[in-house]
Each structure stands twice: as C-alpha cells, then as structure tokens.
Ligand binder design. Structure first.
Ligand code: CMP
Length: 140
C-alpha cells in the first residue's frame, strides 16, 4: 500500500481534558507518524470553511461553535494507507458505535464532541492539509 498523508484534528473536548498525549500515543501505536502538528484556536471563518460541506446540516452552527470553543491540535499524519488507517484508529463518528480500542471508544463524549477528526479521502486530505499547513511545515 502507498504512503499517504491525512489531516487530523484533536478537538476542543480532547484538549480540554488534556488528552493530546494519550491520543497521540494511540496514533503512533497504530504506525502513523505525526509529521506536522500545531495547537491553534480556530476562528469561526476557518471552522466554517473547513466544514462547508456540512453547511446545510441542522448541526452546522453547533459544530462551528464547538470547534471554536477551545484550542484544537491540527496534525498531518503519514503512513501506509494513512487515510483509512486513521479512520480505523478513530472509530465510528458516534462513540456509542465505536469499536473497542479506538480513540472515540476510549475518549469521545458524544457524536458532536467526538475528540478527533480525520480526512475521509485523498482529495479532502490534500485540501484540509493545505488549509492549515504550508509545505515547509510538514517534515516527513
Ligand atoms: P467530523 O469527522 O469532524 O466531521 C463532521 C462532524 O460533524 C463530525 O465529526 C461530528 O463531530 C459532527 N456531527 C456529525 N453528526 C452530528 C450530529 N448529529 N450532531 C452534532 N454534530 C454532528
């Protein structure tokens, strides 16, 4: 399988509970390499752009409010089949449906406050990475 890069966010419910290290340990244990990482406070504009695909959904306003409610850690993860692998490591969006051993099973509070985001495909990964990182900030 090819080496890929995917985009990850450790969400405000995770940073609030000081879980950056615990989640990063699960990421690294799965064989993914954190090749870029920064802790930021997202603006409403950044969150609205990032989640534009969901703007007609009833939870869009709540999602933007949540993602701007505290610090997040944005990351680029690299590894073999990184996009699908990270989705496996995260577990289902709804933590009540997440498998044992996944980040969301261990840490997520609800479908909204679900601790992590990961890209769903190669095209979205490239767009999401470019929204938050310059090429020279990613060191593989
Ligand atoms: P994420 O992978 O970041 O992509 C879109 C996000 O929308 C998703 O994780 C959830 O956090 C959020 N989301 C999805 N469904 C709902 C919902 N029913 N209510 C609130 N937030 C939701």
């Amino acid at each position: 399988m090819a080496i890929e890069r995917t985009f990850s966010i450790l969400k405000p419910d995770a940073t609030e509970r000081n879980l950056t290290g615990a989640i990063n340990a699960l990421i690294e244990k799965a064989g993914l390499r954190i090749v870029a990482q920064k802790r930021i406070r997202m603006t409403k504009e950044q969150a609205g752009t990032f989640y534009a695909v969901h703007k007609e959904r009833p939870f869009f306003g709540e999602l933007v409010d949540f993602m701007t409610s505290g610090p997040v850690v944005v990351q680029v993860l690299e590894g073999e089949g990184a996009i699908l692998k990270y989705r496996d490591v995260m577990g289902a969006t709804d933590p009540s449906k997440a498998a044992e051993g996944t980040i969301r099973k261990a840490h997520a509070k609800s479908i909204g406050e679900n601790s992590v985001h990961g890209s769903d495909a190669a095209e979205t990964a490239a767009i999401e990475i470019a929204q938050f990182f310059a090429g020279n900030e990613i060191v593989g």
